[in-house]
Design a protein around this ligand. Structure first.
Ligand code: CP
Length: 329
């Protein structure tokens, strides 16, 4: 596959054919992810899992995905625990760590930092999120989830009517997702955010240039009735210049059972990249939705394992060798 030996720094690197191939590989990972089968196809390989910004799902699912393929994981978490805190450059860090690993996954708070790191790396690098810029593996698992959720309702992606809600200015997951949706034609996309947190123009342009019907709004109710998939996001308070400014928007759009039943289509799919802010003054996605069949947030996180296993297998060129390295369960 074209991904072999490549970095994954941006969704711009991906074509629709490549994504469809990757999703086929991701589906083939299901028996291994669900522990019905065991493969050791990456035995002896090492993942450098470098997370210089907080993470639960991305960091742990990268590690689990690599382990499920038989590989070992070495981790660094937090800038203050690394030599970057002593002034080492990303280039030098990359040269060193790529001597210890076969592939590196990295998250860093600065936009463009993972691409800078990749320039010094002798092994493939996967962007696990660089500031407010991009989160390509999240966008891939989100798109994979949209495919699967619509398929479970007898629909396909061409029938997608998607509402992106919340902090669309700072949310890197929605920035990457918009770029992937730019590979399709003629979808319905609603972009609903507070006035000051609208989707940057460059991503709106990608959607309109793809011929999507794009509606931009500022009220929650405006974006809900026409959507068969609702993608809620957290106010990214760590990206604001002050806590006071962030506090102005926390809890701005709260989706709960009452609003869902009154304004949304029956069984509309609800997604969220997580974490959801569960503090009382914020909770953008209420716990009273937890029993709704349309709530896909934990199917989304499970899909993260499949997609990340597929990425490791394809980048390391072993996607056709899983069976050869099977062990008894
Ligand atoms: N969705 C996501 O990136 O979650 P984490 O910050 O927990 O990795």
């Amino acid at each position: 596959m074209k991904l072999k030996g490549q970095h994954l720094l941006s969704v711009k690197d991906l074509s629709l054919d490549l994504i469809n191939e990757l999703f086929t590989v991701a589906e083939s990972m299901r028996p291994y992810a669900e522990r019905q089968k065991v493969t050791r196809v990456l035995e002896g390989a090492v993942l450098g899992n470098m997370f210089f910004e907080p993470s639960t799902r991305t960091r742990v699912s990268f590690g689990c995905a690599f382990n499920l393929l038989g590989g070992e994981v070495r981790e660094t978490t937090g800038l203050s625990n690394s030599a970057l805190a002593k002034g080492e450059s990303l280039y030098d860090t990359a040269q060193v760590l790529s001597g210890y690993s076969d592939i590196i996954a990295m998250r860093h708070p600065q936009p463009g930092s993972v691409a800078e790191f990749a320039q010094g790396s002798r092994v493939p690098v996967i962007n696990g999120g660089d500031g407010a810029n991009e989160h390509p593996t999240q966008a891939l698992l989100d798109l994979f989830t949209i495919h699967n959720e619509l398929a479970s309702q007898g629909k396909n992606v061409q029938q997608l009517s998607l509402t992106l809600l919340g902090d669309l200015k700072h949310g890197r997951t929605v920035h990457s997702l918009c770029q992937l949706l730019g590979l399709y034609r003629g979808l319905k996309i609603q972009l609903i955010s507070p006035e000051a947190l609208t989707m940057p123009t460059k991503y709106v342009d990608i959607l309109t240039n793809a011929g999507h019907e794009v509606e931009i709004g500022t009220s929650l109710e405006q974006g809900l009735p026409q959507a068969n998939v609702i993608y809620q996001t957290r106010i990214q308070e760590e990206r604001f210049s002050s806590q006071e400014e962030a506090n102005r928007y926390r809890g701005y759009f709260r989706l709960n059972k009452k609003i869902y039943s009154e304004h949304c289509q029956p069984n509309a799919v609800i997604m969220h990249p997580l974490p959801r802010d569960s503090r009382n003054d914020a909770n953008e996605l209420d716990n009273d939705l937890n029993a709704e069949p349309g709530l896909a947030i934990f199917r989304q996180t499970d899909n993260g394992i499949l997609v990340r296993m597929a990425l490791f297998a394809c980048i390391l060129g072993v996607e056709n060798q899983l069976h050869q390295y099977e062990r008894s369960v």
